[in-house]
Design a protein around this ligand. Structure first.
Ligand SMILES: [Zn+2]
Length: 388
């Protein structure tokens, strides 16, 4: 037997890549004093082509010859531990990865004679690029904001809070409004409502009430160090563009009274957390503000608050951010403090085009999410998308 091996050259084309062409010639000679008996022995040969976008290889054994007889069987050893026996010349096999594989083809004719050919193929590595989302902002930094048609927010307060805590809701609302040139964000209803104690945070959105509530059971999966959560809901506007934002329609704030105690006096005491600091932070979230960088230690929106702190006013950064977020609604904004640090919202200009305010947008997707305030500053933002 004489086998001819060919070295493979790997070609790169956009569709199919011819990796290999091999012809194995098998000659049979009988040396005998008897008359020579001609036995038709098949000659195996094949080509192999790798798919341009996968490790699927098409093997074509139609170059195999068998003179006057028929080839009835093609036995493939693909070199990766896999074998196949087929009755047609063309077959394919998908490899798990790139690499060099030694292929053996054995063809059998109808006289039950075999011929074999071997060759190596080297599969090109297929790189599947990660799709690059064009113009899609990071959902964790997505801008949330209210439109004028939904302001002021009619805000309720649970009767589970004491009178000092309840009074601070108005204080907090006034603080944010003053920061936005007295834009009327909140209508704090003087009449308290029954406390809500849902077992999952999103359940708070399933009523017509926007409020501030107390939880003494807290939520499965939420760490004990979480002080409070602002859960929100809104319509996605300008999806996949640089102006993408969530047009808020609903929110609720829940305090973690299972794991923490809160104080309404400024003097640190027994690890109690300052109620107004947490409330201002959560109401900032309810207006759409994200977290400030932890380095802004005077920002009410920094992602942590300790039992020793009292943050009762907006920092210059907080004021910048709330003004920029609602610049389209503020008729005569105060002079912005151009400190170059207005970076906690990725909105381009804070504006809302008039065409964006249809209610709800026909192609709007209702999105829920929440932001929580953690003792140690862990930033936790979740979004739950659902079809409207
Ligand atoms: Zn927060």
């Amino acid at each position: 037997m004489n086998q001819i091996k060919q070295t493979l050259a790997q070609l790169t084309t956009s569709s199919f890549i011819t990796l290999l062409f091999i012809i194995s010639t098998i000659s049979l000679s009988l040396y005998s004093c008897k008359p020579v008996i001609s036995v038709p022995v098949p000659t195996a040969g094949f080509t192999a082509s790798q798919d341009s976008s996968s490790y699927k290889v098409t093997f074509d054994a139609s170059t195999s010859k068998s003179n006057s007889t028929s080839i009835i069987k093609y036995q493939w050893n693909f070199g990766d531990g896999q074998n196949a026996t087929v009755t047609t010349a063309i077959t394919n096999h998908t490899y798990a990865s790139s690499g060099t594989y030694k292929i053996t083809l054995t063809v059998t004719n109808d006289q039950n004679k075999d011929g074999s050919a071997q060759a190596q193929i080297t599969l090109a590595t297929i790189i599947t690029p990660t799709p690059i989302p064009t113009g899609t902002p990071d959902p964790n930094n997505r801008v949330n904001k209210w439109s004028a048609t939904n302001l002021p927010i009619n805000l309720r307060v649970s009767n589970a809070f004491n009178s000092s805590e309840i009074a601070l809701v108005t204080t907090s609302a006034n603080t944010w409004e003053a920061g936005a040139n007295n834009l009327n964000f909140f209508n704090v209803n003087a009449t308290t409502v029954a406390n809500k104690t849902f077992s999952t945070i999103y359940d708070y959105l399933n009523d017509t009430e926007m409020g501030i509530y107390k939880s003494t059971a807290w939520f499965v999966g939420e760490p004990s160090q979480t002080l409070a959560i602002c859960v929100f809901e809104g319509y996605l506007i300008n999806k996949d563009t640089a102006d993408e934002y969530l047009r808020l329609i609903n929110f609720d704030i829940v305090f973690n009274y299972r794991d923490h105690q809160f104080r309404t006096t400024d003097t640190p005491s027994g690890g109690k957390i300052d109620f107004l600091s947490v409330l201002l932070h959560e109401m900032g979230h309810s207006l759409g503000l994200n977290h400030s960088a932890p380095s802004f230690t005077d920002s009410i929106m920094k992602p942590s608050v300790t039992a020793l702190e009292n943050i009762h006013s907006l920092s210059p950064l907080d004021q910048d951010n709330i003004e920029n977020l609602y610049a389209d609604l503020i008729t005569s904004p105060a002079a912005l403090i151009l400190d170059g640090t207005n970076n906690n919202n990725n909105d381009n200009d804070g504006s809302v085009n008039s065409t964006e305010d249809s209610t709800p947008p026909a192609n709007g997707v209702l999105i829920r999410g929440y932001r929580s305030l953690q003792l140690d500053g862990t930033i936790k933002t979740k979004f739950l998308n659902r079809n409207h």
